[in-house]
Structure formats: structure tokens, C-alpha cells
Design a binder for this molecule. Sequence first.
Ligand code: CA
Length: 222
Amino acid sequence: MRLLLVEDDLVLGPRLRQDLRRAGYAVDLVDNGVDAQFQGEEEAYDAVILDLGLPGRPGLEVLQNWRKAGSQLPVIVLTARDAWHERVDGLKAGADDYLGKPFHQEELLARLDALLRRAQERSEPQLAVAGLILDEERQCVMLADGETVELTGTEFRLLRYMMINPGKLLSKSRLTEHVYEGDADRDSNVIEAYIKRLRQKIGKSLIETRRGQGYIFGGETA
Ligand code: CA
């Protein structure tokens, strides 16, 4: 899954990006409201973490503009400590959740996980599809026969995205958008190579190729 992280603090921004990457997300970091609004409109993110105090354009205005344009992107706003009115304003502007600064990264990760599950309409904390169980904390997968297989960062992001969307035709460009960061080299042949490696790890039959269209994970009726 790919996140937009909007934070102008020169220490906090890169540190959060690192924490989120380590937790298995692709992360685009922007440090001002103007770029944030543009990126949120143009790119395919799964969720946004949005600081409210931003140069260029206030975070609240960015959020209002997204919502006015009909965007349903899940958004967590970062507010100043003890500023209850910021939390109220954020929720009224269409935020799905908020977190007051300073916060522990574990809380952000837990809130993000809960928000993504709500957005994907799944209630169970564990992702279990087509006989596979994904361990999102350890970033590995348990196969139907009980064997646990380690995954690289990209393999994990790819498999998680496919397990969240079983039975759907997923084009290479859609997979690329949700698995890679904005400045990554997005050659669709690379996705093919990763699909091949995933098949070697989880079994060939779980990922079906639709020539010229993309891939279907877990069978169409899953
Ligand atoms: Ca700020």
C-alpha cells in the first residue's frame, strides 16, 4: 500500500517516512500544502497522513478541497497537542481520524492499520485469503501447509495489495501505483519479475495471468 505523508517538520517527516517504510508501506513525503493537494488529486494513494500546520496552504484547506472534489481518500490528521479545536475542525473537514503531537509511532501504525481495514471493509486484524495468512508485522506469509515464507519489501507490498483485492483483475499499472513510491523506477516489466518470484514462493496457481490485462489473485470467486 502506498501512503502520502504530508509533514513540514524536517526531523519528524523523514523519521515518520522511515518508520512507515519499515512497517511495509511505500511512502511519498511532501512538505507543503500546495504539493500535498496536487499529489492527493493526481496519485493513487491508499491513505494520507496530513499535518495541519503547513506552509503554502493549511492542511485543513487541503483536506476540504479534496473532499469538495469528491475524494474519499482515508485521511489521518496530525494536530498540535491539546488543541481540541484542531481535532474538531479536522473531523468536520472530513478527516477519518486524528493524532495529537507528540505521539508514539506504534499508535500511528495501529490507527493507520485500523483505518485501512475500515476502508477495505474488513474487520479481522489478520489478512487470510485463499489459504494464505499474511503476517503484516513480520512481513512473511504462512502457506496452506503451515510453512512460513519470508518476503522482501516489494514482495510483501505486492502480495498484501493482491490479498486485499482477491478475485479482482489488477492491471500492472495499478499494482505499480500501489506498490512503489512516486520517485521509483516504474517499469512494468519489474512487476512481472516480482509476480514470478511470488509464484515461486506461494505456488503458481494462486496468481492467474490475464494476457494484456493483468493478474487475478486467489481465483475469481474468492
Ligand atoms: Ca507543521
